[in-house]
Structure formats: C-alpha cells, structure tokens
Design a protein around this ligand. Sequence first.
Ligand code: NM2
Length: 534
Amino acid sequence: MNNKNCLIDWPTFIGALILLLLVTVPLIIWPEKGEEVVLNANDFVTTNFGVLYLLVGICVFFFLLVVAFSKNGWVKLGEKEERPEFGNFSWAAMLFCAGIGSSILYWGTIEWAYYLQGPPFGIEEGSQDAIRWASTYGIFHWGPIAWAIYTLPALPMAYFYYVRKRPVLKVSEACRPLIGRAADGPIGTIIDVLFMFGLLGGAGTTLALGTPMIAQGIHAITGLETNMILQTVILLICTTIFAISSYTGLRKGIKYLSDVNLWLAIFLLAFTLIFGPTLFILETTTNSIGLLLDNFFHMSTWTEPFQDIGDFEQTGFPESWTVFYWAWWLVYAPFVGLFVAKISRGRTVRQMVLGTMIYGTLGSVLFFGIMGNFGLYMQLTGQFDVLQVLNNQGAPAAIISIVNQLPLAGFMIFIFTVLAIIFLATTFDSSSYILASVVQKEVDDEPIRWNRMFWAFGLSFMPLILMYLGGLSILQTASIVGGFPLLIILTMLGWSFMRASNGDIKASENYKPKTINLDPRKIRERLRRKRKKQ
Ligand code: NM2
C-alpha cells in the first residue's frame, strides 16, 4: 500500500461500498422479487413516515427564517470588512447550477401532466382546478421549502469555514459541536456512510431519469433505437467524459461545460418564452405564484388524513410527490450545502439563507413556468396531445415531443439533449468528488484519482439497475429510502450550527444585542423641532 492510500478512511469506504452492494446485488440476482421488495419499502416508508418528511420540510423552512432574522443571521461569513466574493448574479447562477441537474429539464417539462391526471385535494381529473394546480404544484415542489432543505447544511459548513476557520468536507465533521469526539469514532463513520448512501440513492434517481430522456433525444436526432443498450452506453459515455477530463487534469473542462450549460439553459428558456405562447406562459405562471402563496401552508402540511379510515378515495398524492421530493432534496442537501458554503464568502448568514431560498425558487419558477406551461398550452389547445404520448410511450418520449413542438424543432431537441448530457456529466463530476472526499482522511486540492474514478463508476451502478427494473416508483424509492437517515442528520446539522454560533456569539465581547431602545425624550424633542420648522 503506498502512502497515498493511507489517506483513505477505510471504514467509511468499505461501509458505504457494502451498503451499496447489499442493496443493489440482490436486485440484480432476483429482479422480480427485488421489485416487489423495493415497492414495499417505498410504501412502508411513505405511509408510516411520510408525515415526518413533511414536518421536517416545514420546520426547516421556519428554522431558516428564524436564523435569518435573529442575531445568528448577522454573522458575517468572513472578515469584518470583506465584501462578497461573488456578485449576486454569478452567485445565484452558481448556486442554481450546483443544486439542479438534468432533472429540472425532465420535471420542469412534464410534471404538470402527472398532476393534471392525478390532481391533489380530491379535485376532479382534467377540471379547471386541476389545470391550475397542475401548473402550480411543480413550483411548490421545487420552491422555498426545497431550497430551504438545501440551505440548512450550508449553515454549519459555512460557519466552520469562515468563522471558525476549519474546513469541513464531511458531514460528521459538521456535527462535531453536537457529538463532540464521537465524530472521529464509529458514530462519525455511520453518519458519513449514511450520507453517502443517500447521495448514491439520490444520484441514482437523477441518472436513471435523465438517461432515458437523453436516449429519447438522441433517438429523435439520429433515429437510433432507445433500448437498454443505448441507455447503458449513454451512462457510460457520461462517466467516461468526466473520467477522461478529470484524469488528464482537464478539470477546467468541466467548469467550462457548466458555464456553457448556463447559457444554453438561458437560451432554451428565452427561445421558448418568445416563440412559444408568451402571454399564456406569463399569465399562467403569475397565477400559479399567487395560488402557491395563498396555499403554501396547506400544501406543505397536506397529509391526506382519514382517507384510509373513512370511505374516501385516496389519491396517494402526498406520498408519491411531496414526500418523494423532500427526500430527494434531502439526499443532495449536505453536498449542495458544502458548495453553497464555498461560494458564500463575504456574505452574512442572512444573505446566504435568503439568497438561496429566493434565487433558487426564482430559477425553478423560470423552468416550470416556461417549459411546463408551454407543454400545458399544447395540451389545452389540442395542438398536441401530451397526455396520450405520456400514457402510451412514457415520460421521456412525452418530454422530447413537447420540445419538438417548438419552432426549429430539430435544433431545439439538439440543444435540449446537449444540455441534459452536460448536466449529467457535471452531476457525475460533483457527486463523485464529494463521495471520494468523504472516504478520505484528508483532501489536498483533489481527492486521489483512483478513488474519484471508483465512485464515478460506483455512481452509475444504481441507476443501471433502477433503469433495468423501470417504473417511476422504483426510481423514487432510491431517494425516499436513501433520504430517511438524512431526516435525522439534517436536524443534527441545524442543531450543531445553533450550538456553535450561539456559544460563539455569547462569548464574543463585541456582541451587542440588536434591540433598539427608543428614548421618549428624544422623540418629543424631534417632534417639537419638526413642528417649529413648519
Ligand atoms: N433535485 C433538485 O437531478 C438533479 O437535477 C439534481 C435534484 C434534488 C430534485 C437534484
């Protein structure tokens, strides 16, 4: 073993690997039985613990607001006079690109169609109300609560980076104020392994959804059959693009690709807005924002109770959507949090918190408002029957055929597919970076190469099996089950931040409470002076 390999934290490495194999190998050996077990696991978690996911979602949202507007929010992430390292636009763009991948192309374009057919709140399928909610619910699932979940881990991480000046690359490390020296022992290892497991599950959902969509795009452009072989090849090509670039030191390549992606995405959105039904898009999006604001608390706490007791029809909507989404955001949260922390130097905690929630939501509104409402328009006007394609040929075909309705269709499908491929390659890049870092005791500059490669290929393992098994519920289960331990880990991260920052604030001499004491004498004097002037 050369001394570089001594850097590997073997218990975490092996722990995560064993967990991954324990879950995936039986699925390969017994796919049919496996499918049943996976669906049961989904059912078990969402039915029994669904309410927990919803509660954590809304609590995280409030917690962040409290942090932002309390003394903890005034803490500067950096030196006193330091200005933010990045301007607002590039900060917001980087934030969005880190947190979002190919899935926003997928769901942004097609989510409404699922809601139109299976509306929430017992609303009649295809009714006016169902249409309104169809274009609103997507924004909710990609909105303020979702972004709050992303931001929470950034709190302790940014705090340790810039205030305590201790870089944090591991979740266990960020929990140190809470668990103390246990962070170095088995408890720390368990936390890191569970985080890795969650990320492997979440990325599994992302890659297993994104790949068939890319295959469909390639099919539309080249006519190649969209079978398992094509999908496997795409997954491997995306891993290889990334592997080559990171192996040959072309790391800048990925950074360059991310920038290209930002502009391609802006182009796709602007083009669709201008050449699509502009007024319809603007009106429907505005309306959805109002509907969302009006019903925000109802949506975030809707558990569909007493449905199974009385003789009511149960939609299963909260379990199949809201719970799934919160879980999916949860599994990515520590990893995105780390990135948010990195780019937030020079901001206050409050700026970081409100910035992520507001800019993140705005970005989601753009995708869902423009791409989603474009598809909805096609459906409602009868220009193109999206639902029929969705039900007969599946979501990837429906998505690509919506893009196919744009002017310059061939070219736009090409842009859309390239966007999705780059998104997928960058997901491999950033996720494998984090996975590899977590299993190292130290990281100087970059994780060890073979370690990085190992996790990049490890990442494609889960989606391959998921795609092979197929079905939306199966893909969702990877995130739902992987996200379960994150419910606890996220709570620990929030707590850890409060404990560390409250302690430091109290101990710091120059802390003055920000309450303003108004002096009645001075007020009277000021009013007198004012009157005199008049
Ligand atoms: N989230 C945002 O698949 C992706 O686009 C990455 C997915 C959690 C739903 C993140």
